[in-house]
Ligand binder design. Structure first.
Ligand code: SF4
Length: 440
């Protein structure tokens, strides 16, 4: 008699990279016949994929483990915070196992032990594209893991090690499988997308009968042949980024660059040990926009880095005013346990950090409002994410899911998630656009 499948609860915290890890673990478990439980109570065991990047993320991870322990009691912990087993066991001594990031096999083995699988290969087939936690029409595509840089505020290289790129053929095979499964937007992620393939010496791999080098430019060109949106995240402004701009201008890759600049003052950038900190970024941005006028640039910044003076902060404001970035996220510096920047002199006090954060966000709100107003009266493609009784919500090429704004399409109730439509933009504010479907 067929046993009913064991059920696994899953909590995935942290960045898109952690989400990809979660998807891999779930795909493997589904292939072995496990079901995914909707609630902690309905699960035979719960896996919590943690984030250990900031202290606030560590607190959130501990809370999620605590909730799973209270509601289920059989809990397997993995992910970045798993590197600090002492902290986890200190707070929750009875968790079943603790592993670090991308230890898929160890997580699966712990699940086997806690709740043995009831495998039936004929009933438990998994779609070729694996199981995704993102909506069906978009998916994250992780091209490498780890990082060769040593930014002083970051412990990711310590947690995840140096850069390890996936061979280009493997990345392309995954991308094709996702597109065949209905994905209409691929979000390329890594810790440092521009460095893709450096560790492989940019070795070529066969794809569709021709070689594709493990290099950002070649990979973008190949992904651009799949006929779906391709969005690039975590790009550093190395010189070869210039080669991707023509692909954007030709419509092969979305005209969108997510570049975490983090600051603009040269001394602060040097103290942060940022990659490409000597690049003349304002000139580069102007040149990119000249070649690709619809380019959207998103970035993140840190205010209140140790030693940041008022004058250095004002440099950052002036730079932002001149750069006119489309989308900006800003964090107040938080001393992450183990990060070298914590030892730098002159920490900025908390009130000052808050005040700088508010000034930066005020300035950026005005910039963002100006930038978005330029779409009014134009036609833009919109990928629909959600539809309810009032209308549809989607995103234009300028909007990444979760982090950017959206395009509201009031009254467009006949659409379904995953539709790609053309909208005429009628209104804008500092975050979002409003429009109507052309011909709708
Ligand atoms: S580039 Fe810097 S911030 Fe990004 S993962 Fe590498 S060390 Fe961390």
């Amino acid at each position: 008699m067929q046993r009913s499948p064991a059920k696994v609860g899953f909590v995935s915290l942290g960045c898109p990279k952690a989400l990809v890890d979660s998807e891999r673990i779930l795909t493997k478990l589904r292939a072995e016949g496990y079901d995914v439980a909707d609630t902690h109570e309905a699960a035979d065991v719960v896996v919590v994929n943690t984030c250990g990047f900031l202290d606030s993320a560590r607190a959130e991870s501990l809370e999620a483990i605590g909730e799973a322990m209270a509601r289920n009691g059989r809990v397997i912990v993995t992910g970045c915070m798993g590197m600090d087993e002492g902290a986890i066991r200190g707070a929750h001594p009875d968790v079943l196992s603790v592993t670090g990031p991308h230890q898929y096999e160890a997580v699966v083995a712990a699940v086997h032990q806690a709740a043995p699988p009831a495998h039936d290969p004929f009933l438990d087939l998994v779609p070729a594209a694996g199981l995704r936690l993102t909506p069906r029409h978009y998916a994250y595509l992780k091209i490498s893991e780890g990082c060769n840089h040593r930014c002083t505020f970051c412990i990711i290289p310590h947690l995840r090690g140096d850069l390890v790129s996936r061979p280009a053929g493997e990345v392309m095979a995954e991308a094709e499988a996702l597109v065949e499964a209905g994905v209409r937007e691929l979000l390329v992620i890594s810790q440092d997308t521009s460095a893709y393939g450096v560790d492989l010496k940019h070795a070529a791999d066969p794809w569709r009968g021709r070689p594709v080098r493990a290099h950002m430019t070649d990979l973008c060109a190949a992904l651009g042949e799949l006929g779906v949106w391709v969005r690039l995240h975590y790009v550093y402004p190395y010189p070869h980024v210039d080669e991707v701009i023509p692909l954007m201008a030709q419509g092969r890759v979305l005209p969108y660059l997510d570049i975490p600049f983090q600051h603009a003052n040269p001394r602060v950038l040097k103290a942060m040990r940022r990659p490409a900190h000597q690049e003349k970024t304002l000139d580069r941005i102007a040149a990119w926009r000249a070649d690709c006028p619809d380019l959207t640039i998103r970035s993140t910044f840190i205010v209140g880095f140790p030693g940041e003076t008022e004058a250095e902060f004002e440099d950052l404001l002036d730079w932002l005013d001149a750069a006119e970035l489309d989308r900006v996220g800003c964090f107040q510096y938080e001393p992450v346990a183990g990060a070298p920047a914590n030892d730098l002199a002159e920490p900025v006090d908390e009130d000052e950090k808050q005040e700088r954060w508010e000034r930066l966000m005020d300035l950026q709100r005005a910039v963002s409002e100006r930038r978005l107003a330029r779409w009014v009266g134009r036609e833009v493609p919109v990928l629909v994410d959600e539809v309810d009784g009032e209308g549809a919500t989607g995103r234009s090429p300028a909007d990444a899911p979760e982090i950017d704004g959206v395009v509201h399409l009031p009254g467009a109730t006949d659409l379904v998630a995953g539709d790609l439509v053309t909208a005429v933009i009628e209104e804008s504010d500092e975050f979002d656009l409003w429009g109507r479907v052309r011909g709708g």
